[in-house]
Ligand binder design. Structure first.
Ligand SMILES: *[C@@H]1O[C@H](CO)[C@@H](O)[C@H](O)[C@H]1NC(C)=O
Ligand SMILES: *[C@@H]1O[C@H](CO)[C@@H](O)[C@H](O)[C@H]1NC(C)=O
Ligand SMILES: *[C@@H]1O[C@H](CO)[C@@H](O)[C@H](O)[C@H]1NC(C)=O
Length: 279
C-alpha cells in the first residue's frame, strides 16, 4: 500500500517539474503566459531603443559643438619646440667637398620653397610688432603674413646658393613649432651661444634674430592653410682656428614668455646642435 502511494507522489512530482517548463493546463511557458512574455519582450525592446536613442542624441550634440579648428579640451597653450634646418643635430661640413654639403644645401633649398617671393607675394603685408588677430569669417579661411626668403639675406640661398657651406661660414635656419593660439608676450628673438671660451661671431637674419609678433597667432591647419612660420637664420662666422673642432651651439628663444629652460624637455624654446667644419 505504502509503495503505491510512493509511486503516485513520484508521478505528481514529475509532472509538476515538467510544468515549470511548459504547463499544458494553463498554457504557461516557464511560469508565464504568452502574453506576459510578449509584454516583457516589448518592454525590453522599447527600453533598449530608448537607450540607443539617448546615446545617438548625446553623440550628435557633442559633435555639433566640436570645432574643426581648435582642439576642444585644453587647459593652456603649450610651449613650442625649436627646430633647425638642416635637420641633423650633428652637422659635418667639409668646406672643400661640395658633394658632402649638397645634402644640407638641398634640404635648405627645398625647405625655403614655400618662402619664395612669388609664393609670398600672395600673402598679406602685416603690421610689424602686432599680433595678426582675425575674426571668424564665413568661409573660415585666415590670411597669412608674408615672410619672404629674401629677408634672410645671405642665408636666403638667393645671393649665395651654397648658404655659406662652401666658404666655411654655414647658415642654420631656426623655427618654432606651430602652436594653435600661441601669442608670445614680449618681443621674441633667437639668441645662440657657442659653448667655448672664445666666442664665435654669429650673424642673425632678420636682424637681431627677431621673430615678429605679426606671425601669431596660428589658427590651425584647416583655417590657416598657407601659414608659414617666421624663420631666423644664423650664420656662424667661423675662422680657420675654429675648423676641425666640434662646436656645440645652443639657441634659445628669448625676450618673451616662451619657456626655454625646461629640465625635462630640452627642445622647448631651445635647441642644441653640434657642427664641425673641416677644410
Ligand atoms: C674634405 O674633402 C676633400 C675633397 O673631397 C678631401 O680631400 C678631404 O679628405 C675631406 N676632409 C675630410 C676631413 O673628410
Ligand atoms: C623658388 O625660387 C627658386 C630660386 O629663385 C627657384 O629655383 C624655384 O623654382 C622657386 N620655386 C617655386 C615653387 O616657385
Ligand atoms: C645671449 O645669451 C648669452 C648667454 O646666456 C648672454 O650672455 C647674452 O647676453 C644673450 N644675448 C642677448 C642679446 O640676449
Amino acid at each position: 500500500m505504502a509503495k503505491t502511494e510512493d509511486k503516485a507522489t513520484n508521478k505528481e512530482n514529475d509532472s509538476s517539474w515538467k510544468d515549470v517548463i511548459y504547463n499544458p493546463r494553463t498554457g504557461e511557458l516557464l511560469g508565464r503566459t504568452a502574453s506576459s512574455w510578449a509584454l516583457i519582450l516589448l518592454f525590453y525592446l522599447v527600453f533598449y531603443c530608448f537607450l540607443a536613442g539617448m546615446f545617438a542624441l548625446t553623440m550628435w550634440v557633442m559633435l555639433l559643438t566640436l570645432d574643426d579648428n581648435v582642439p576642444r579640451y585644453r587647459d593652456r597653450v603649450p610651449h613650442p619646440g625649436l627646430v633647425i634646418r638642416p635637420s641633423p643635430l650633428d652637422i659635418k661640413v667639409n668646406k672643400s667637398d661640395p658633394q658632402s654639403n649638397a645634402v644640407y644645401i638641398k634640404q635648405l633649398e627645398s625647405f625655403l620653397q614655400r618662402y619664395n617671393d612669388t609664393e609670398q607675394e600672395r600673402n598679406e603685408e602685416c603690421n610689424p610688432g602686432e599680433y595678426f588677430l582675425q575674426d571668424d569669417t564665413e568661409e573660415n579661411t585666415k590670411k597669412v603674413c608674408r615672410f619672404k626668403r629674401g629677408s634672410l639675406r645671405s642665408c636666403s640661398g638667393l645671393s649665395d646658393t651654397s648658404f655659406g657651406y662652401s666658404d666655411g661660414k654655414p647658415c642654420i635656419l631656426l623655427k618654432m613649432n606651430r602652436i594653435i593660439g600661441l601669442k608670445p608676450r614680449g618681443d621674441p628673438y633667437i639668441n645662440c651661444t657657442v659653448k667655448r671660451d672664445s666666442q664665435i661671431e654669429i650673424q642673425y637674419f632678420p636682424s637681431k634674430g627677431r621673430i615678429d609678433k605679426m606671425y601669431f597667432p596660428y589658427y590651425g591647419k584647416k583655417a590657416h592653410e598657407n601659414y608659414v612660420q617666421p624663420l631666423v637664420a644664423v650664420k656662424l662666422l667661423l675662422n680657420k682656428e675654429d675648423y676641425n673642432n666640434e662646436l656645440a651651439v645652443e639657441c634659445r628663444v628669448e625676450g618673451c614668455d616662451i619657456r626655454n629652460n625646461d629640465e625635462r624637455d630640452k627642445f622647448l624654446g631651445r635647441v642644441t646642435f653640434r657642427i664641425t667644419v673641416v677644410e
